[in-house]
Design a protein. Structure first.
Length: 289
């Protein structure tokens, strides 16, 4: 899992209504796959040495215990609320905003918990590791610009709609023409989101690299704390507006999909949610409480 995942705010896991479900399938797997639960390692970009890996595994184990004991229990009532929303088809904008706020609060709690470990890990990188990280970040951004930003906007919108169709299909089964139309509206409403998102990602990465250049100086901990816990300080006005627009579009799509769902789709959705609940409830760390 990449450090930059933190700046994506982890709220995607909790995205309101049906959009949340596209990520919820990974929530139970996250506990079993350690590299996808605590979003602070640099595995995608950095080779840690033996000592760093040994230290990291111990820290990660501690964070996982904390997460399971203090955070995972809250997922079950959250799922209850989501199931009720699906059953009643009462997905108001206010309800969806509340679900999203819960996700943001969960992300903030994780960021606060892992900040000291992240600071220590980053402080102990050597010159070669920082150089390798800089090169990996550059390749990451170049690839994203090539694949996500360079295509014509119409192509970006079409790709966005196709991916959302694919994400929703396992939860709903057949996607109706009305729902496909809602997906198309959502994809179009996001507009130039890809460019703004990649720009924001690059801004965060450059801020991290800048902090790493001064990792042995006073103030480093404060800079990393800001990067992990106060990411909004780095947002451009354009990205801030894009984020608000993206969240509003997600809520509108959720409402449209639920309102046009038929009995078979709701039955499948409820069954998938119940399976997710069962997998959460079966986690050993929850049974010990």
């Amino acid at each position: 899992m990449r450090v930059s995942a933190v700046h994506r705010q982890w709220w995607a896991v909790w995205l309101a209504g049906l959009l949340a479900l596209t990520a919820c399938t990974r929530m139970d797997l996250a506990y079993r796959n350690l590299d996808t639960l605590i979003p602070w390692t640099l595995d995608d970009y950095l080779d840690m040495n033996r000592e760093q890996k040994a230290w990291f595994e111990g820290q990660l184990a501690d964070h996982l215990r904390w997460h399971c004991q203090t955070q995972l229990p809250g997922y079950l009532p959250w799922l209850d609320r989501l199931q009720s929303l699906v059953a009643t088809q009462n997905a108001t904008d206010e309800t969806l905003q509340a679900l999203t706020r819960d996700g943001e609060e969960a992300a903030e709690a994780i960021a606060r918990q892992i900040t000291p470990s992240a600071v220590e890990l980053l402080q102990n990188l050597d010159h070669e590791q920082v150089s390798a990280l800089r090169e990996a970040f550059a390749k990451d951004i170049a690839k994203r610009k090539r694949e996500q930003v360079s295509p014509p906007l119409a192509e970006q919108i079409q790709t966005r709609a196709e991916k959302m169709h694919g994400r929703l299909k396992p939860w709903l089964g057949r996607i109706s023409p009305e729902q496909d139309a809602a997906i198309a509206r959502w994809a179009s409403q996001l507009g130039d989101h890809n460019r703004l998102a990649v720009d924001n990602r690059e801004r965060w990465q450059q801020a991290l690299l800048s902090a790493l250049d001064h990792r042995h100086e006073p103030g480093f901990e404060a800079r990393v704390t800001q990067l992990l816990q106060r990411r909004q300080a780095l947002w451009s006005e354009a990205y801030r507006a894009d984020r608000a627009n993206s969240q509003a579009a997600a809520r509108a799509l959720t409402q449209a999909v639920l309102q046009t769902s038929d009995a078979d789709q709701r039955q499948q959705l409820m069954a998938q949610l119940e399976k997710l609940r069962e997998r959460f409830s079966a986690l050993k760390c929850l049974k010990k409480q």
